[in-house]
Design a protein around this ligand. Sequence first.
Ligand code: PEP
Ligand code: MG
Length: 582
Amino acid sequence: MKKLKGIAASPGIVMGRALVIGSEDISIPKKTIKESAIPREITRFEDALTKTRAEILNIRDKVTHEIGKEHGDIFNAHLLVIEDRALIEEVINQIKKDRLACDYILSQVLKKYMESFLKIDDEYLRERVSDINDVGRRIMRHLVGTQKMPLAELKEKAVIVAYDLSPSDTAIMHRRNVIGFVTDIGGRTSHTAIMAKSLEIPAVVGIEYATREIKDGDVVIVDGSGGTVIANPSLIEVQKYKQEQTRYDEFNKALKKFKDLPCITADGRRIELSANIELPEEMDSVISHGADGIGLYRTEFLYMNRVDLPDEEEQYHAYKKVVSRMGPRPVIVRTFDLGGDKFLSHLEMPKEMNPFLGWRAIRFCLARPEIFKQQLRAILRASAHGKLRMMYPMISGIAELKEANQLLKECKTELKSKKIAFDEKMEVGAMIEIPSAAITCDILAAEVDFFSIGTNDLIQYALAVDRINEKIAYLYEPAHPAVLRLVKMIIETGHSKKIWVGMCGEMAGDAVLTPVLLGLGLDEISTSPVLLPEIKKIIRLMSYEESQEIARHALTLTTGVDVVHFLKQKREEILKRSRSKK
Ligand code: PEP
Ligand code: MG
């Protein structure tokens, strides 16, 4: 039996067989093939080349059409790699000579090419290494598939154990068959963890040696609430976890009764309790957990796991579906936030040293207005079908906000001239997730109808703690006095400027912090649907006045640890009331 400790990323407890998958960099197995299989192996290689070539051509044309020739031309360099006869011949000759599977030979030949290019004293040629790498990965995908294939098409239930999983990997996990997952790296607010919570898949991340310690086929218990994983558990451990599981199920069952009750304090203050979603498929969970609305629809997931960009029409239908299903309840569609830890396979986004500080979200959108405007038009059109609100991510100052609003205005004019319906009064908001935006939110307020505090990023930027780095996860403290002060300041400033303020980062879903957020005067809380009932329960058990008192005291404390300690005591007191009511 092995007990491994990591970061609790998505609640719930499961037990199942491990499926250990490697990272993309892991070496391809050196598989020998029979003499008679050589022609088949060569055909397999050539088929993969043909498919990859077609894929690149398709992407090149799309990118040229949508972003411009200059960007489409990047893919001509990729075509040169795939059409390189010397490279192709070398792979084919080695298949014949060494009788090894083409995946392995290709990986070796590509490695050799990349190493020799890197040695050349010519910047242009050195830069071709990333083209070779990109094309190589595409061919590999056609040869062996990526991790995405097993995840999407798992035939049996499994607990995935991986070095890392990208948010797009997680997005296509087959709900019924991926029953839990464990990764070596990652943090609680990585989009992989967030996605797991949305799909209700228990997960533990940041266990440094999970892929080394857990073997394929091992029985594993994943405790996504406690952040523990046990490989090959003893009978006693199995019994213990079965009891935990029953307790967890009963806890959730008991919370069900809150589903249809209003989110209102004992003294009558109402707070909007909304859900975060990444995909329209999550709507069932939103409805079944009784959300008042959707406070964050992360639309970038519509752009992932595909070879092209979703056009205006496709986006319009996706947003319309969500808005219509929510009926009169509000839906905040966030314009797409790509970059950071979410990437597109086909859009040439350069590899950056600091992607979370880089070409991300609104920065990308303002640099690519043709792509951005397609989304803005789609959102506007969907606004005709319900109560849709829209917000921009990663606003760092007023200039960006004005520029985005100018593009929105242009889209409105275009739609009007075509007599296409949209909601003229659609509320527009800014996410406050960069310290500069928080500090200047009095200025930003003039351009928007609301703020939504994105604590996942705000915390990482304010405390200089990478949100997906498990090594410094202990420093990632939502209750840090600096964070509480920023939150207070944003709410007070928003209110003084007569706009409402919500919060959609993971901090909003931490029930221990709920009394403080309520007491600071937040108007809306938005988090994963599964977390809503517990938050509602706490809000209903306390008065606004009491929460204000708690917030005041929390703000006098000097460390995040003290704040959490104090809030945990308060939480016990509050929950006792429900027990005494029984
Ligand atoms: C945030 O940063 O808090 C947020 C909600 O946005 P995301 O997690 O998608 O970066
Ligand atoms: Mg963010």
